[in-house]
Write a protein that binds this ligand. Structure first.
Ligand code: PLP
Length: 363
């Protein structure tokens, strides 16, 4: 049975993407492969809404994208303001403090959106080098107000770092219009590609900052000035690009572009609305207020019947008897919510129908 992946990622992958992964290998410096790399970088620029040349599929998962953005822009002793609204904001704090940066946290209750005024006040007080936060917080299902936070951070001269792991390919991302200087994503969510690559983008202000560092980036592998050798015009060896993953991503991006972001966003929103409508009679209620809700990841509070039965046991049964994966709560929300992803290929009414039938059977 093909499992239906309705958790917080990975999502299911199109047969076209699987076929791309199975193609015979070519060399990573073969002109035919470099043409695919050009195509991938171009399509990623389009999806990220940026003109930035240094936009590339980093050879690692989303967490390495986070690490790459922070370790290139921060040096020990630098100040960074992080919006913390869930697990992945917390992870940013951890990564930044390991770099030796001084971290100022601006928190909000899990399930609510960051307050742009509170972020702006912290930025005005600290005058940080970097302001970092998550666009689509996968642990809570909240969409954060990017434009308002980024504009005020920029006014104070800070660089803006944005996590687009769960948003890219599901809702519009417009880095240049928002004034975001560095961003990262991952392939396994709304791009519907297996995990393994982290699309990242570094804008001109970010690169200027990296060139002006007082010491080299601590990580050799993630240093964008070195990565630029292979992912820029020269195409010289840095590390061996994961060829099959790049072929898969190229196919996944073609699928996204064939559909177009407008239609894709609409499809995600319609699927999320259908999901909530279907779950309401069973007693599942949304955690997040309508205006801050993500379409690709819905967080629902659990009805009494599910809590009594044991939510983890029920998820296990869903997987074993019906082949459907949904996510449990993370961190503070463990045991209290389910996270249901309708991402990329899975943002379709048929997925909602299959989940609902399985839940009715089990409950
Ligand atoms: N940021 C967000 C918002 C995520 O949802 C995730 C993974 O779920 C990550 C970062 C880390 O990505 P990865 O698990 O691909 O390393």
């Amino acid at each position: 049975m093909t499992k239906l992946l309705l958790g917080p990622g990975p999502s299911n992958v199109s047969p076209r993407v699987l076929e791309a992964m199975a193609r015979p290998l070519v060399g990573h410096l073969d002109p035919a492969f470099l043409a695919v790399m050009d195509e991938v970088q171009g399509r990623l620029r389009g999806l990220f809404g940026t003109q930035s040349e240094l936009t590339l599929p980093l050879s690692a998962t989303g967490s390495a994208g986070m690490e790459a953005c922070l370790c290139n822009l921060l040096e020990p002793g630098d100040d960074v303001v992080v919006g913390v609204a869930g697990v992945f904001g917390e992870r940013m704090c951890d990564v930044a403090s390991r770099i030796g940066a001084r971290v100022t946290r601006v928190e909000t209750e899990w399930g609510t959106a960051l307050d742009p005024a509170a972020m702006a006040a912290a930025v005005a007080r600290v005058r940080p080098r970097v302001v970092a936060f998550v666009h689509a917080e996968t642990s809570t299902g909240v969409c954060q107000p990017v434009a308002a936070i980024a504009a005020r951070a920029r006014q104070q001269g800070a660089l803006v770092v944005l996590d687009c792991v769960t948003s890219l390919g599901g809702i519009p991302v417009t880095l240049d219009a928002w004034g975001v200087d560095a961003a990262y994503s991952a392939t396994q969510k709304c791009l519907s590609c297996p995990p393994g690559l982290s699309p990242v983008s570094f804008g001109p202000r970010a690169l200027e900052r990296v060139r002006g560092r007082s010491r080299p980036v601590q990580s050799w592998y993630l240093d964008v000035t070195l990565l630029a050798g292979y992912y820029g015009a020269e195409r010289v060896y840095h590390h061996t690009a994961p060829i099959s993953m790049v072929l898969a991503l190229a196919e996944a991006l073609r699928i996204v572009d064939e559909e177009g972001m407008e239609a894709r966003e609409r499809r995600h929103r319609e699927a999320a609305a259908a999901l909530l409508e279907a779950l309401a009679p069973l007693g599942f209620e949304p955690l997040v207020a309508t205006e801050h809700r993500l379409p690709m990841l819905t967080t629902v509070r659990l009805p009494e019947a599910v809590v009594r039965r044991g939510e983890a046991a029920l998820r296990r049964e869903l997987l074993q008897r019906h082949g459907i994966e949904v996510g449990g709560g993370l961190g503070k929300l463990a045991g209290a919510v389910w996270r249901i992803g309708l991402m990329g290929e899975n943002a379709r009414p048929a997925c909602v129908t299959r989940l609902l039938a399985a839940l009715r059977d089990l409950l």
